[in-house]
Design a protein around this ligand. Structure first.
Ligand code: FAD
Length: 419
């Protein structure tokens, strides 16, 4: 069976690998000059089931108004120019922020993340990939009592599906991560997730791609898909800037570009791009071991222990498809770093910083779309939002089981595109 996988990000490569492992003839179509150069490129690198909560938190509407009015320093912004394209999607986003749906989405994302991490590590080990991972946990830093209590209450609901975490007061948070002693006056406590791994997603993408092409998978880079070819209700291939390519099955794993390409086959998909950014900066001092996040503000400080760099950033900006990195992001990120780890600021080699902005493909309910569509032989693996590196390999496996009609290891229902 010939399978065409559209997109060479983590989702597309994961699908290609899962299909290849099932004995299919696989061809990957990628518009850029190589794989893993779009959203899968400069992300935070976190791989943790602990961050399973979607952005649809109960009460999210309260932060959407300030985000819309968004001052220059806000980490969350909704630009007025993006509003028309967000209207319907936004309503569905809000409808999915009830306590019940939030818990359901968190549970589903948790199981997919766990499954995916297991699969990623198996692939790394089986194929002897050269990737450095670190696993020293994640600290959600809390700066006031109300936020800590709220986060503790939210996570109490997650205990039921096995998520491990500890609620820490100030002294315990500092004992867990001594670097926080330097901002003790601004600290209430934290929630510590022992299961917090990090590794470089683009390195994984390029090694997985090389492994597959060495074994006979075709990678067509520099080829841009224009539309899906449909004949008598069945997908039969794609039209590209270099002509038509035919196949038995088509998997759309185009990240933020999945929705417009699927629309050419009459399939609608609720994905919107949310811009985020990272700055990677070398540090001439000992780094903290723990990843530090302010989950509510979507910002983080990620020590990259093997390179003695910090990766800082985050942000969630709805502004269409503009992925430009603006200087104001750098100011916000450094301000956050100074607030949390002020003692490291003099040791940053800012002149060597590397900046990046990318677009998370965000769905209206915080769960990716994995499964078939109303068009026969046309499948989706997209909308992995802020968890794509974590969930990518699991998403590829799950979809391959759905296509093969075999029993998946996790429940596919929450992720079906027609939900
Ligand atoms: C700031 C930031 C931080 C993040 N941090 C983390 C993190 O710490 N942990 C985590 O798990 N996730 C994180 N993510 C999310 C993660 O990066 C994404 O979910 C993931 O990369 C999405 O992968 P994808 O394959 O769906 O999309 P992409 O990587 O964007 O891949 C889609 C591919 O399709 C190609 N393409 C597009 N249009 C066409 C076309 N017409 N024809 C052919 N090819 C086309 C693109 O070139 C691209 O290579 C972060 C994201 C951002 C923005």
């Amino acid at each position: 069976m010939k399978i065409l996988v559209l997109g060479g990000g983590i989702a597309g490569l994961a699908s290609a690998y899962a299909q290849f492992c099932r004995g299919d003839e696989v061809e990957v179509i990628e518009a850029r000059e190589a794989v893993g150069l779009e959203t899968s490129f400069g992300n935070g690198g976190l791989m943790s089931p602990s961050l399973c909560e979607p952005w649809n938190q109960p009460g999210v509407s309260k932060i959407m108004i300030p985000a819309l009015l968004g001052g220059k320093n806000s980490m969350l912004r909704i630009h007025p120019k993006a509003l028309p394209s967000l209207a319907l999607w936004g309503l569905r986003f809000l409808r999915n922020s009830t306590a019940e749906r939030f818990l359901e989405a968190s549970r589903s994302d948790y199981h997919l993340s766990n499954y995916s991490l297991q699969r990623t590590m198996e692939v790394v080990q089986e194929n002897d990939f050269d990737i450095k991972f670190q696993n020293n946990g994640i600290m959600a830093v809390m700066r006031d009592k109300a936020t800590l209590e709220h986060a503790a209450a939210v996570h109490a609901g997650f205990g039921e599906f096995g998520l491990e975490y500890k609620v820490l007061d100030k002294a315990a948070a500092i004992a867990q991560e001594p670097h926080l002693a330097h901002s003790a006056d601004d600290l209430e406590g934290g929630i510590f997730f022992p299961d917090g791994q990090r590794g470089e997603c683009p390195v994984f993408c390029s090694q997985l791609s090389r492994l597959m092409t060495d074994k006979g998978v075709t990678l067509r880079s520099g080829v841009s898909v224009k539309n899906i070819l449909v004949d008598k209700g069945k997908a039969i291939g794609v039209a590209t800037n270099q002509g038509n390519i035919l196949a038995d099955h088509v998997i759309v794993a185009l990240g933020n570009h999945a929705a417009p390409v699927l629309r050419t086959a009459g399939v609608k998909l609720g994905i919107r791009p949310a811009k985020g950014y990272t700055i990677t900066v070398p540090v001439e001092a000992e780094l903290p071991k723990t990843i530090m996040l302010d989950i509510g503000l979507h910002i983080g400080i990620i020590p990259m222990l093997h390179d003695n760099c910090l990766r800082i950033g985050g942000g969630a900006e709805f502004a269409g498809m503009d992925a430009t990195f603006y200087d104001r992001y750098a100011q916000r990120s450094y301000a956050n770093l100074e607030r949390t780890l002020p003692h490291l600021v003099p040791y940053l080699r800012r002149e060597e910083q590397q900046t990046w902005a990318g677009m998370r493909p965000v769905t209206f309910d915080g769960k990716p779309f994995i499964g078939g569509t109303k068009v026969e032989n046309l499948y989706v693996n997209a909308g992995l939002g802020h968890l794509g590196w974590t969930q990518g390999m699991g998403a590829g496996e799950l979809l391959a089981d759905i296509i093969a009609g075999s029993q998946p290891e996790i429940d596919p229902a929450p992720f079906l595109p027609a939900r």
